[in-house]
Ligand binder design. Structure first.
Ligand SMILES: NC(=O)c1ccc[n+]([C@@H]2O[C@H](COP(=O)([O-])OP(=O)(O)OC[C@H]3O[C@@H](n4cnc5c(N)ncnc54)[C@H](O)[C@@H]3O)[C@@H](O)[C@H]2O)c1
Length: 250
């Protein structure tokens, strides 16, 4: 029996990186998985691989900044799988541009994807989760949502917003049996930070800040997300799961 048997999960940003890996892991643990992203082709191809390995999955188009897109994705999920019990708000974009150099447009874009996207996904999933008897919402924040950093500004603001929005969701929907928790990864080896760690100096610079002495991997985060999606975490809501090799313990 899988750890996510009878769960139906939407994972945003599942075309690649952490979201794609979590989709495959969730399906292996028995969930029916909707891989949702602006990159529909990659989601469909990832879903075909999951189905080929005996899992249940489908790829769908989703632009997390668009209310219409969320409504369509959730409607199609219900039509296909008849319920919705897990939402992983994972889609995100990153920028290290310092505050003085960042443009107003860039700030708006980062907020739209990383923070408004989480709001919209939560808002439109809640009625279906309530109807399904409850659910688990997992919002992927960052260590940049906990502490400051030399690079960026808008990114940290968006991830800090996700941290607190998660707690409001947890409080307002505990009585619906809907849980909401945030996950705070440190640097994880995906395309998102490829520029930072592509040179030996860049990689060494990142590693020098990490007590455990290595960059995180997608399965480091996925195991935490799996736990939060499963009933094993049924007494956890409004909490922060930090997966950062010890960075924020310093
Ligand atoms: N990689 C890291 O070091 C790191 C650290 C902390 C937090 N995170 C967070 O983890 C999450 C996953 O990032 P990743 O490392 O897998 O990065 P990634 O760049 O590999 O994947 C991000 C995915 O989000 C999708 N996406 C972007 N805009 C979208 C939109 N408007 N609608 C739908 N999908 C959209 C992209 O197409 C892509 O598939 C993000 O929220 C990121 O901020 C990453």
């Amino acid at each position: 029996m899988g750890r996510l048997e009878n769960k139906v999960a939407i994972i945003s940003g599942a075309a690649k990186g952490q979201g794609a890996f979590e989709a495959a892991l969730f399906a292996k643990e028995g969930a029916k998985v909707v891989l949702a992203d602006i990159d529909l082709e990659s989601c469909q191809s990832n879903a075909r691989n999951i189905v080929g390995s005996g899992g249940e999955a489908v790829g769908m188009y989703l632009d997390v900044t668009s209310p219409t897109s969320w409504k369509d994705c959730i409607k199609s999920t219900i039509e296909k799988y008849q319920s919705l019990t897990v939402l992983v708000n994972n889609a995100g974009i990153y920028s290290r541009i310092p505050i003085e150099e960042a443009s107003s447009e860039e700030f708006d874009l980062i907020m739209a994807v990383n923070l408004k996207g989480v709001f919209l996904g939560t808002k439109y999933s809640i009625p279906e989760m309530r109807h399904s008897g409850g659910g688990s919402i997992i919002n992927i924040s960052s260590t940049a949502g906990l502490v400051g950093n030399q690079g960026g500004g808008a990114y940290g603001a968006s991830k800090g917003g996700v941290r607190l929005f998660t707690k409001f969701t947890a409080i307002q929907h505990a009585s619906d049996n809907i849980r909401a928790n945030s996950v705070h990864p440190g640097p994880i080896d995906t395309d998102m930070i490829a520029d930072n760690i592509s040179t030996p100096e860049g990689r060494q610079n990142s590693i020098s800040r990490i007590p455990l002495g290595r960059i995180g991997t997608i399965d480091d985060v996925a195991m935490g997300v799996l736990f939060l999606a499963s009933d094993e975490s049924s007494y956890m809501t409004g909490s922060e799961l930090v997966i950062d090799g010890g960075i924020t313990a310093q």
